[in-house]
Design a protein around this ligand. Structure first.
Ligand SMILES: [Fe+2]
Ligand SMILES: [Fe+2]
Length: 268
């Protein structure tokens, strides 16, 4: 099913501008997804007040920024393997790699303002190691991490962070919607499916991430709520509990409709 790609389309890596081939490639889902991206820049942020009761979790989730550049590496590993011949696939993966660098920068600006929790930082490196060592296809690992971990981390930032964290989360989310679409499609084209053990790794990562929360009347601080959203994003590609993020809080957050995942809101 897979074969080496033919000549590549000219592509400008430093901006969102690129030249599309004029033939069938124009219709490629990868080109369509790249075209919906918006460029943004990481900038320093100030330190505001975090939602009370969510502070420890914010530090754990910030420690997961150490997975941003490794996701870029997963894509590099994927690019070195056989890929489907669908036009735009390599360009989309390269484009997403650039985004991961910006996510790392933006989250480091947040850390510069808020500091880190040393224990959380260390533990995040153990989690990173487990993801790096997992034998699943690297692009599938990127897709699962983005879909069912980052897409709970980012809304948590939105509801429990200060203004700087919320802004960074919104910017990163717009990119990640495209990433999940691209990486899920690549994994599907390759016939790669997440098995039990990748799901277990995903579940343990989510358990660690939200372990500092307990039961709460405020669902945005309720541990089970967040774990359920991660389960649901993994299993169904949807997180119905996060539908409000689409409706009222910040429409632009999820406006970049995509081919695939994740979908917040209505059940199918
Ligand atoms: Fe990212
Ligand atoms: Fe990503």
């Amino acid at each position: 099913m897979t074969k080496r790609r033919g000549p590549r389309a000219p592509f400008v890596l430093h901006t969102i501008e690129f030249y599309r081939p004029m033939t069938a490639a124009t219709k490629s889902p990868y080109w369509s997804m790249i075209a919906k991206k918006r460029s943004w820049q990481a900038v320093p942020v100030g330190k505001g007040k975090l939602q009370e009761g969510g502070e420890d979790t914010i530090f754990r989730l910030l420690a997961l920024r150490h997975l941003e550049l490794p996701v870029k590496d997963f894509l590099e590993q994927g690019l070195a393997k056989e890929l489907p011949s669908t036009p735009g696939i390599e360009e989309a993966l390269r484009h997403n790699q650039q985004d991961e660098e910006r996510h790392d920068q933006a989250l480091n600006y947040v850390v510069a303002a808020h500091g880190t929790n040393e224990k959380a930082e260390k533990e995040a490196f153990n989690i990173l190691k487990a993801w790096q060592e997992h034998p699943a296809h690297p692009i599938l690992k990127a897709a699962v991490l983005e879909r069912s971990i980052f897409f709970v981390v980012l809304p948590f930032f939105r509801f429990n962070g200060d203004m700087g964290i919320r802004t960074v989360a919104a910017d990163i989310s717009r990119d990640e919607i495209t990433h999940v679409g691209v990486h899920s499609l690549v994994a599907r084209e390759l016939g790669e499916d997440a098995g039990k053990s990748l799901n277990q790794l995903r579940r343990s990562t989510a358990l660690w991430a939200f372990d500092k929360l307990g039961k709460s009347e405020n669902k945005w601080l309720d541990k089970d709520f967040w774990l359920r959203q991660s389960d649901s994003l993994f299993e169904k590609g949807k997180a119905e509990g996060l539908a409000e993020t689409q409706k009222s809080r910040m429409p632009a957050f999820f406006e970049a409709a995509n081919y695939d995942l994740p979908s917040y809101g209505k059940a199918a």
